[in-house]
Design a protein around this ligand. Structure first.
Ligand SMILES: [Fe+2]
Length: 290
């Protein structure tokens, strides 16, 4: 089962123009948040049980990474202070800032589109403050600190991917003005959450939705799962389902492809908004399978 990811709720679930999230429906404490939806991290709130849960999740995923994860993800993870427990965001930010100029900011959970995009454009990655409970190791409805930090932050150490994420955030306002949040969310889902890259040793995963989930990690590179050469227009039109293993993945050759694709977005978003969606997992005669 896939987690529900930030792309889904942030870019779609709360909808364009949502002034504030509905606190009653979300787990985090939104009353404590600033106008940009950030909160202090409050490491003291994470007791021994949280750190033990984190280490269990970390060890389980780390064991899967050598055969499944992109080399940039593994290198980024190794450089970050993530192995020993729920990470301190200030310490992680110091490492990340030196690599690519990004920092982490704590948030109560999912935040509205405009705030999410503004953070990304300013190279601030919003990371949920709280950790899942032990009975939620394999499935959680909202993204937590493990998904957000372990899943997303290692690749933000990679310069071209880091540039892409900032450019994506900068285009968020345009997509909202165009009424094109849905295609923008699909791009985030298929690449940021579930993207694959072709490396010298074969296909590897870099998406956070894959690499923060044991089930998705085992599934993504299995035989029989369609893997398509990344095509921006195709990805913008391809619908997805959040509550099942992903039925197909897009494959890039280089993270610079993603940054380059951002130059095409202003032209392609309105076309994708107006086109018929491609159903989840559907294959087209024009697809290039990898
Ligand atoms: Fe995510």
């Amino acid at each position: 089962m896939a987690n529900k990811h930030r792309a889904e709720a942030k870019v779609e679930g709360l909808g364009p123009g949502a002034g504030s999230p509905p606190p009653a429906a979300l787990r985090g404490n939104y009353a404590a948040a600033a106008a940009d939806f950030t909160v202090p991290q409050r490491m003291a709130d994470h007791g021994a049980a949280d750190h033990a849960t984190w280490r269990l999740l970390y060890r389980r995923q780390a064991a899967l990474l050598p055969a499944q994860a992109a080399s940039a993800f593994r290198a980024g993870l190794a450089a970050l202070p993530f192995a020993d427990g729920v990470p301190d965001f200030a310490a992680a930010s110091a490492v990340l800032r030196r690599a690519t100029g990004w920092v982490l900011v704590a948030v109560p959970g999912l935040i509205p589109d405009h705030a999410f995009f503004a953070h990304l454009a300013a190279r601030r990655f919003p990371v949920t403050q709280w950790l899942r409970r032990p009975e939620e190791l394999d499935y959680i409805v909202e993204p937590d600190v493990f998904h957000d930090a372990f899943g997303h932050v290692p690749l933000l150490m990679q310069p071209a991917f880091a540039d892409f994420m900032a450019a994506y955030g900068a285009l968020g306002a345009l997509a909202m003005a165009q009424g094109a949040l849905r295609p923008l969310a699909r791009l985030y889902w298929h690449l940021v959450e579930f993207g694959l890259i072709r490396e010298a040793g074969g296909l590897r995963a870099f998406g956070a939705g894959i690499l923060s989930s044991a089930a998705e990690t085992r599934h993504a590179l299995q035989a029989g799962v369609p893997r398509l050469r990344f095509d921006l227009g195709r990805a913008l039109r391809t619908d997805y389902e959040i509550d099942r293993l992903q039925p197909l993945h897009f494959v890039i050759d280089d993270y610079a492809e993603l940054f380059a694709a951002m130059a095409e977005l202003p032209r392609l978003l309105p076309a994708a908004r107006d086109a018929a969606p491609i159903p989840p997992g559907a294959l087209l005669p024009t697809d290039r399978q990898v």
